[in-house]
Design a protein. Sequence first.
Length: 337
Amino acid sequence: MVRVVARRLVWTMVILFAIATITFLLERVVPANPAAFLAGQNAPAETVERIKVQYGLDKPIPVQYVTYVSGLVQGDLGVSFRTRRAVSEDLIQFLPATLELLFVSFAVYVALSLALGIVAAQMRGRLADSVIRVTTMVGTGIPVFWLGLVLQLVFYYYLRWLPIDGRYPTRADLPEPITGFLLLDSMLRFDGSQFTNALGQLILPAAAIVLSLLAVGVRLTRAAFIEQGERQYVRTLRGKGVRPSRILLKHVLRNALNPIITTTGTQFGYMISWVVLVEVIFNWPGIGLYAFKSFEIFDYAPVIALTLVSTVVFAIVNLASDLLYPIIDPRVQQVSR
Protein backbone atom coordinates (compact mmCIF):
# COMPACT_ATOMS: atom_id res chain seq x y z
CA MET A 1 0.00 0.00 0.00
CA VAL A 2 2.91 2.35 0.71
CA ARG A 3 4.21 1.74 -2.82
CA VAL A 4 0.77 2.45 -4.26
CA VAL A 5 0.50 5.74 -2.37
CA ALA A 6 4.01 6.77 -3.39
CA ARG A 7 3.33 5.94 -7.04
CA ARG A 8 0.09 7.91 -7.03
CA LEU A 9 1.80 10.89 -5.42
CA VAL A 10 4.49 10.90 -8.09
CA TRP A 11 1.89 10.79 -10.85
CA THR A 12 -0.05 13.56 -9.13
CA MET A 13 3.03 15.78 -9.21
CA VAL A 14 3.52 15.03 -12.91
CA ILE A 15 -0.12 15.87 -13.62
CA LEU A 16 0.12 19.09 -11.60
CA PHE A 17 3.14 20.18 -13.61
CA ALA A 18 1.39 19.38 -16.90
CA ILE A 19 -1.79 21.21 -15.89
CA ALA A 20 0.13 24.27 -14.71
CA THR A 21 2.03 24.33 -18.01
CA ILE A 22 -1.04 23.92 -20.21
CA THR A 23 -3.06 26.48 -18.26
CA PHE A 24 -0.20 28.98 -18.32
CA LEU A 25 0.25 28.67 -22.10
CA LEU A 26 -3.48 28.83 -22.85
CA GLU A 27 -3.87 32.01 -20.84
CA ARG A 28 -0.85 33.65 -22.46
CA VAL A 29 -2.16 33.13 -25.99
CA VAL A 30 -5.42 34.95 -25.19
CA PRO A 31 -5.25 38.34 -26.98
CA ALA A 32 -5.71 40.49 -23.86
CA ASN A 33 -3.61 42.83 -21.77
CA PRO A 34 -4.10 42.45 -17.99
CA ALA A 35 -2.11 45.63 -17.40
CA ALA A 36 -4.71 47.61 -19.35
CA PHE A 37 -7.47 46.26 -17.11
CA LEU A 38 -5.50 47.19 -14.01
CA ALA A 39 -4.71 50.69 -15.26
CA GLY A 40 -8.38 51.40 -16.02
CA GLN A 41 -10.13 52.97 -18.94
CA ASN A 42 -8.39 55.79 -20.77
CA ALA A 43 -5.18 55.25 -18.78
CA PRO A 44 -2.06 56.66 -20.44
CA ALA A 45 0.33 54.26 -22.14
CA GLU A 46 3.01 55.07 -19.58
CA THR A 47 0.81 53.78 -16.76
CA VAL A 48 0.05 50.56 -18.61
CA GLU A 49 3.72 50.02 -19.36
CA ARG A 50 4.69 50.63 -15.73
CA ILE A 51 2.19 48.01 -14.55
CA LYS A 52 3.51 45.51 -17.11
CA VAL A 53 7.04 46.02 -15.80
CA GLN A 54 5.85 45.80 -12.19
CA TYR A 55 4.28 42.36 -12.72
CA GLY A 56 6.82 41.06 -15.23
CA LEU A 57 4.35 41.06 -18.11
CA ASP A 58 6.85 42.83 -20.34
CA LYS A 59 9.14 39.79 -20.39
CA PRO A 60 8.99 37.06 -23.07
CA ILE A 61 6.58 34.21 -22.36
CA PRO A 62 9.38 31.61 -21.85
CA VAL A 63 10.91 33.87 -19.19
CA GLN A 64 7.53 34.34 -17.50
CA TYR A 65 7.00 30.58 -17.56
CA VAL A 66 10.36 29.79 -15.98
CA THR A 67 9.76 32.42 -13.31
CA TYR A 68 6.31 31.06 -12.53
CA VAL A 69 7.37 27.40 -12.40
CA SER A 70 10.33 28.30 -10.18
CA GLY A 71 7.90 29.99 -7.82
CA LEU A 72 5.59 26.97 -7.83
CA VAL A 73 8.45 24.68 -6.86
CA GLN A 74 9.09 26.95 -3.88
CA GLY A 75 5.40 27.07 -2.95
CA ASP A 76 4.85 30.54 -4.43
CA LEU A 77 1.60 30.69 -6.43
CA GLY A 78 2.25 34.21 -7.58
CA VAL A 79 0.48 37.50 -6.93
CA SER A 80 -3.08 38.39 -7.90
CA PHE A 81 -3.31 41.53 -10.02
CA ARG A 82 -6.85 42.17 -8.78
CA THR A 83 -6.39 41.82 -5.01
CA ARG A 84 -2.71 42.89 -4.97
CA ARG A 85 -2.01 40.04 -2.57
CA ALA A 86 -0.20 36.71 -2.77
CA VAL A 87 -2.48 34.05 -4.24
CA SER A 88 -1.63 31.76 -1.32
CA GLU A 89 -3.09 34.34 1.07
CA ASP A 90 -6.24 34.59 -1.02
CA LEU A 91 -6.58 30.80 -1.06
CA ILE A 92 -6.39 30.70 2.73
CA GLN A 93 -9.27 33.17 2.81
CA PHE A 94 -11.48 31.67 0.07
CA LEU A 95 -10.69 27.93 0.10
CA PRO A 96 -12.65 27.02 3.29
CA ALA A 97 -15.90 28.26 1.71
CA THR A 98 -15.36 26.09 -1.37
CA LEU A 99 -14.36 23.02 0.64
CA GLU A 100 -17.37 23.37 2.92
CA LEU A 101 -19.71 23.57 -0.08
CA LEU A 102 -17.95 20.61 -1.73
CA PHE A 103 -17.90 18.36 1.33
CA VAL A 104 -21.52 19.06 2.28
CA SER A 105 -22.66 18.53 -1.32
CA PHE A 106 -20.62 15.33 -1.56
CA ALA A 107 -21.99 13.94 1.71
CA VAL A 108 -25.58 14.69 0.67
CA TYR A 109 -24.94 13.24 -2.80
CA VAL A 110 -23.57 9.96 -1.38
CA ALA A 111 -26.39 9.63 1.16
CA LEU A 112 -29.15 10.35 -1.37
CA SER A 113 -27.59 8.15 -4.05
CA LEU A 114 -27.46 5.18 -1.69
CA ALA A 115 -30.90 5.76 -0.18
CA LEU A 116 -32.75 6.38 -3.45
CA GLY A 117 -30.80 3.68 -5.30
CA ILE A 118 -31.63 1.07 -2.65
CA VAL A 119 -35.31 2.07 -2.62
CA ALA A 120 -35.44 1.94 -6.43
CA ALA A 121 -33.81 -1.51 -6.43
CA GLN A 122 -36.20 -2.85 -3.79
CA MET A 123 -39.19 -1.37 -5.66
CA ARG A 124 -37.95 -2.51 -9.06
CA GLY A 125 -40.61 -2.11 -11.75
CA ARG A 126 -43.03 -0.30 -9.44
CA LEU A 127 -44.19 3.32 -9.38
CA ALA A 128 -41.62 4.43 -6.79
CA ASP A 129 -38.79 3.07 -8.96
CA SER A 130 -40.03 4.97 -12.01
CA VAL A 131 -40.57 8.20 -10.08
CA ILE A 132 -37.05 8.12 -8.59
CA ARG A 133 -35.36 7.42 -11.92
CA VAL A 134 -37.33 10.01 -13.91
CA THR A 135 -36.95 12.73 -11.26
CA THR A 136 -33.20 12.30 -10.92
CA MET A 137 -32.75 12.15 -14.70
CA VAL A 138 -34.58 15.47 -15.06
CA GLY A 139 -32.24 17.07 -12.53
CA THR A 140 -29.18 15.75 -14.34
CA GLY A 141 -30.48 16.80 -17.74
CA ILE A 142 -30.71 20.46 -16.70
CA PRO A 143 -27.48 22.51 -16.93
CA VAL A 144 -26.26 23.31 -13.44
CA PHE A 145 -26.24 27.08 -13.98
CA TRP A 146 -29.87 27.02 -15.19
CA LEU A 147 -30.84 24.68 -12.35
CA GLY A 148 -29.35 27.14 -9.87
CA LEU A 149 -31.37 29.99 -11.34
CA VAL A 150 -34.57 27.91 -11.18
CA LEU A 151 -33.92 27.08 -7.51
CA GLN A 152 -33.41 30.77 -6.79
CA LEU A 153 -36.62 31.68 -8.58
CA VAL A 154 -38.72 29.06 -6.80
CA PHE A 155 -37.34 29.00 -3.26
CA TYR A 156 -36.38 32.66 -2.90
CA TYR A 157 -38.52 34.75 -5.24
CA TYR A 158 -41.81 32.83 -5.04
CA LEU A 159 -41.72 30.90 -1.77
CA ARG A 160 -39.36 33.17 0.23
CA TRP A 161 -38.04 30.13 2.06
CA LEU A 162 -34.31 30.32 1.48
CA PRO A 163 -31.66 33.00 0.84
CA ILE A 164 -29.74 33.06 -2.44
CA ASP A 165 -26.72 35.28 -1.95
CA GLY A 166 -23.42 34.81 -0.15
CA ARG A 167 -22.32 32.57 2.66
CA TYR A 168 -23.87 34.39 5.63
CA PRO A 169 -26.93 36.67 5.86
CA THR A 170 -24.89 39.82 6.51
CA ARG A 171 -21.14 40.13 6.11
CA ALA A 172 -20.94 42.57 9.01
CA ASP A 173 -22.31 39.90 11.40
CA LEU A 174 -20.05 37.13 10.06
CA PRO A 175 -18.49 35.51 13.16
CA GLU A 176 -14.76 35.32 13.66
CA PRO A 177 -13.57 32.08 12.01
CA ILE A 178 -12.08 29.22 13.99
CA THR A 179 -11.57 26.64 11.25
CA GLY A 180 -13.08 28.64 8.39
CA PHE A 181 -15.96 26.12 8.03
CA LEU A 182 -19.02 27.99 9.31
CA LEU A 183 -21.06 24.88 10.15
CA LEU A 184 -18.20 23.38 12.14
CA ASP A 185 -17.38 26.70 13.80
CA SER A 186 -20.99 27.11 14.92
CA MET A 187 -20.95 23.64 16.49
CA LEU A 188 -17.68 24.38 18.24
CA ARG A 189 -19.28 27.53 19.67
CA PHE A 190 -22.57 25.72 20.44
CA ASP A 191 -24.28 28.52 18.55
CA GLY A 192 -27.55 27.26 17.09
CA SER A 193 -28.43 30.57 15.47
CA GLN A 194 -25.13 30.73 13.60
CA PHE A 195 -25.54 27.12 12.48
CA THR A 196 -29.05 27.81 11.17
CA ASN A 197 -27.90 30.91 9.28
CA ALA A 198 -24.93 29.14 7.70
CA LEU A 199 -27.00 26.08 6.79
CA GLY A 200 -29.74 28.23 5.24
CA GLN A 201 -27.22 29.91 2.93
CA LEU A 202 -25.74 26.55 1.99
CA ILE A 203 -28.90 24.66 1.02
CA LEU A 204 -29.58 26.06 -2.47
CA PRO A 205 -26.01 25.97 -3.86
CA ALA A 206 -25.52 22.46 -2.49
CA ALA A 207 -28.87 21.38 -3.94
CA ALA A 208 -27.89 22.65 -7.39
CA ILE A 209 -24.69 20.58 -7.32
CA VAL A 210 -26.32 17.43 -5.94
CA LEU A 211 -29.33 17.43 -8.27
CA SER A 212 -27.12 17.88 -11.33
CA LEU A 213 -25.22 14.66 -10.54
CA LEU A 214 -27.69 12.52 -8.63
CA ALA A 215 -28.98 10.37 -11.50
CA VAL A 216 -25.61 8.68 -12.07
CA GLY A 217 -25.25 7.66 -8.43
CA VAL A 218 -28.84 6.45 -8.17
CA ARG A 219 -28.67 4.39 -11.37
CA LEU A 220 -25.37 2.78 -10.40
CA THR A 221 -26.56 1.97 -6.89
CA ARG A 222 -29.80 0.54 -8.21
CA ALA A 223 -27.98 -1.64 -10.76
CA ALA A 224 -25.42 -2.87 -8.20
CA PHE A 225 -28.09 -3.86 -5.68
CA ILE A 226 -30.24 -5.57 -8.28
CA GLU A 227 -27.22 -7.56 -9.48
CA GLN A 228 -26.25 -8.61 -5.96
CA GLY A 229 -29.85 -9.40 -5.10
CA GLU A 230 -29.93 -12.05 -7.84
CA ARG A 231 -26.78 -13.83 -6.65
CA GLN A 232 -26.87 -17.35 -5.24
CA TYR A 233 -25.69 -16.33 -1.75
CA VAL A 234 -28.72 -14.03 -1.37
CA ARG A 235 -31.12 -16.84 -2.29
CA THR A 236 -29.33 -19.09 0.18
CA LEU A 237 -29.65 -16.54 2.98
CA ARG A 238 -33.32 -16.08 2.23
CA GLY A 239 -33.81 -19.84 2.29
CA LYS A 240 -32.23 -19.95 5.74
CA GLY A 241 -34.75 -17.42 6.98
CA VAL A 242 -32.35 -14.49 7.47
CA ARG A 243 -34.21 -11.20 7.81
CA PRO A 244 -34.33 -9.18 4.54
CA SER A 245 -32.97 -6.07 6.30
CA ARG A 246 -29.97 -8.04 7.57
CA ILE A 247 -29.30 -9.47 4.11
CA LEU A 248 -29.49 -6.03 2.57
CA LEU A 249 -27.34 -4.12 5.08
CA LYS A 250 -24.78 -6.75 6.04
CA HIS A 251 -24.24 -8.72 2.84
CA VAL A 252 -25.63 -7.02 -0.26
CA LEU A 253 -24.50 -3.52 0.71
CA ARG A 254 -20.90 -4.54 1.28
CA ASN A 255 -20.62 -6.45 -1.98
CA ALA A 256 -22.27 -3.64 -3.97
CA LEU A 257 -20.07 -0.84 -2.63
CA ASN A 258 -16.93 -1.32 -4.75
CA PRO A 259 -18.33 -0.14 -8.11
CA ILE A 260 -20.25 2.59 -6.29
CA ILE A 261 -17.07 3.92 -4.67
CA THR A 262 -15.28 3.98 -8.02
CA THR A 263 -17.94 6.08 -9.68
CA THR A 264 -18.42 8.26 -6.62
CA GLY A 265 -14.78 9.32 -6.76
CA THR A 266 -15.20 10.25 -10.42
CA GLN A 267 -18.37 12.18 -9.65
CA PHE A 268 -16.42 14.23 -7.14
CA GLY A 269 -14.32 15.48 -10.03
CA TYR A 270 -17.44 16.68 -11.83
CA MET A 271 -18.57 18.28 -8.58
CA ILE A 272 -15.37 20.35 -8.49
CA SER A 273 -16.08 21.67 -11.97
CA TRP A 274 -19.72 22.46 -11.13
CA VAL A 275 -18.74 24.39 -8.00
CA VAL A 276 -17.21 27.22 -10.05
CA LEU A 277 -20.50 27.89 -11.84
CA VAL A 278 -22.52 27.49 -8.66
CA GLU A 279 -20.32 29.92 -6.74
CA VAL A 280 -20.78 32.53 -9.45
CA ILE A 281 -24.56 32.07 -9.56
CA PHE A 282 -24.99 32.19 -5.78
CA ASN A 283 -22.20 34.73 -5.12
CA TRP A 284 -20.53 32.13 -2.90
CA PRO A 285 -17.18 33.53 -1.68
CA GLY A 286 -14.97 30.57 -2.58
CA ILE A 287 -12.05 30.03 -4.92
CA GLY A 288 -14.40 29.44 -7.86
CA LEU A 289 -15.85 32.95 -7.62
CA TYR A 290 -12.37 34.30 -6.86
CA ALA A 291 -10.93 32.69 -10.00
CA PHE A 292 -13.90 33.80 -12.12
CA LYS A 293 -13.50 37.43 -11.12
CA SER A 294 -9.77 37.15 -11.75
CA PHE A 295 -10.35 35.65 -15.19
CA GLU A 296 -12.53 38.64 -16.10
CA ILE A 297 -9.41 40.81 -16.06
CA PHE A 298 -7.11 38.01 -17.23
CA ASP A 299 -5.45 37.70 -13.83
CA TYR A 300 -3.59 34.47 -14.56
CA ALA A 301 -2.20 33.31 -11.22
CA PRO A 302 -5.54 32.68 -9.40
CA VAL A 303 -6.90 30.69 -12.37
CA ILE A 304 -3.85 28.43 -12.40
CA ALA A 305 -4.08 28.10 -8.61
CA LEU A 306 -7.71 26.96 -8.96
CA THR A 307 -6.74 24.24 -11.44
CA LEU A 308 -3.91 23.05 -9.20
CA VAL A 309 -6.05 22.95 -6.05
CA SER A 310 -8.85 21.15 -7.91
CA THR A 311 -6.39 18.56 -9.20
CA VAL A 312 -4.95 17.95 -5.73
CA VAL A 313 -8.38 17.55 -4.12
CA PHE A 314 -9.54 15.23 -6.91
CA ALA A 315 -6.36 13.12 -6.62
CA ILE A 316 -6.79 12.82 -2.84
CA VAL A 317 -10.42 11.71 -3.15
CA ASN A 318 -9.58 9.12 -5.81
CA LEU A 319 -6.66 7.81 -3.77
CA ALA A 320 -8.92 7.52 -0.72
CA SER A 321 -11.51 5.60 -2.74
CA ASP A 322 -8.82 3.21 -4.00
CA LEU A 323 -7.52 2.61 -0.49
CA LEU A 324 -11.03 1.76 0.70
CA TYR A 325 -11.23 -1.28 -1.62
CA PRO A 326 -9.28 -3.75 0.55
CA ILE A 327 -11.12 -2.53 3.65
CA ILE A 328 -14.56 -3.09 2.15
CA ASP A 329 -13.63 -6.23 0.21
CA PRO A 330 -10.80 -8.29 1.80
CA ARG A 331 -10.50 -10.25 -1.45
CA VAL A 332 -8.82 -7.25 -2.99
CA GLN A 333 -5.14 -7.86 -2.28
CA GLN A 334 -3.67 -4.97 -4.24
CA VAL A 335 -4.92 -1.49 -4.96
CA SER A 336 -3.89 -0.30 -8.40
CA ARG A 337 -5.22 1.25 -11.56
